[in-house]
Design a protein around this ligand. Structure first.
Ligand code: ADP
Ligand code: MG
Length: 243
């Protein structure tokens, strides 16, 4: 079994607040894991540690067989084989769609021909035809999020990190994008760590769901398993059992 991502005993405190108690889990090649939990339970903190945007207090992160974070070693985000999609899209406002998508590839010195080919693929995959020369402000929320995803996929990361990518969209669009994203991620078979507080999203998108509560893993299992055999009263309540 090959893991693309391994966390061992990752812990984090902000001041006196212990936000993450030692967390361990693994992500297999092509697997989609949703981190599900209420606001403030530590989801974004965990994702940022995986991304390298935040240091852990203790524990280890290994990506693609390479140690990227432990007491002694720290590999910065741009040198990790990952990319991230944010809730607020975080597109560069002064750059066109094309420039936004190409930026990461240019930084990694992908040559012109390969960039062009990749851009054509992503444009078709994410339905961005006719939008490449626009600025982010000239796009709808759904289109901006598609550009965010295209940008994240452009550098062919081994792991895709998504932090509540749909929560800024209105309800109708969110439902459409949820299904679109499920298809897309299913077809790409890229290992994905997807943060959400929305149960429907988790159930639609995930191979396994990691239920995070107050910085601890309550359960990590396939959606069906969570539903049939909730490991804690909290998970049972999440699944709609009234005990
Ligand atoms: P979630 O993404 O699940 O909503 P976060 O990981 O953003 O939760 O935050 C978890 C807890 O850590 C919250 O109580 C939050 O206020 C706190 N927190 C997050 N980032 C910081 C920070 N940079 N400094 C201090 N406290 C923080
Ligand atoms: Mg968050």
């Amino acid at each position: 079994m090959s893991f693309v991502l391994q966390l061992r005993g990752i812990a984090k405190a902000f001041g006196a607040q212990q936000v993450l108690h030692p967390i361990s889990f693994q992500l297999k090649q092509g697997e989609r894991v949703c981190i599900l939990g209420p606001s403030g339970c530590g989801k974004s903190t965990l994702l940022q540690i995986v991304a390298g945007l935040l240091r852990a207090d203790s524990g280890e992160v290994e990506m693609d067989g390479r140690m990227v974070e432990n007491g002694a070693q720290y590999v910065p985000p741009e040198k990790r084989p990952l990319n991230m999609v944010f809730q607020d899209y975080a597109l560069w406002p002064h750059m066109s769609v094309r420039e936004n998508i190409e930026y990461g590839m240019k930084r990694r010195k992908v040559d012109h021909g390969a960039r062009k080919e990749r851009l054509t693929q992503l444009q078709a995959l994410l339905q961005l035809e006719g939008l490449l020369e626009r600025l982010p402000a000239q796009l709808s929320g759904g289109q901006q999020q598609r550009v965010g995803i295209a940008r994240a996929l452009a550098t062919e990361p081994r792991v895709l990190l998504m932090d509540e990518p749909l929560s800024n969209l209105d309800v109708k669009l969110r439902t459409d994008m949820r299904n679109e994203l499920a298809n897309l991620l299913g077809n790409l078979s890229i290992a994905t760590l997807y943060v959400t507080h929305d149960m429907m999203e988790a159930f639609t998108l995930a191979d396994r769901i990691l239920v995070l509560r107050e910085g601890r893993i309550d359960q990590l299992a396939a959606p069906q398993e969570l539903f049939e055999r909730p490991a804690t009263p909290w998970v049972a309540r999440l699944m709609g059992y009234h005990n």
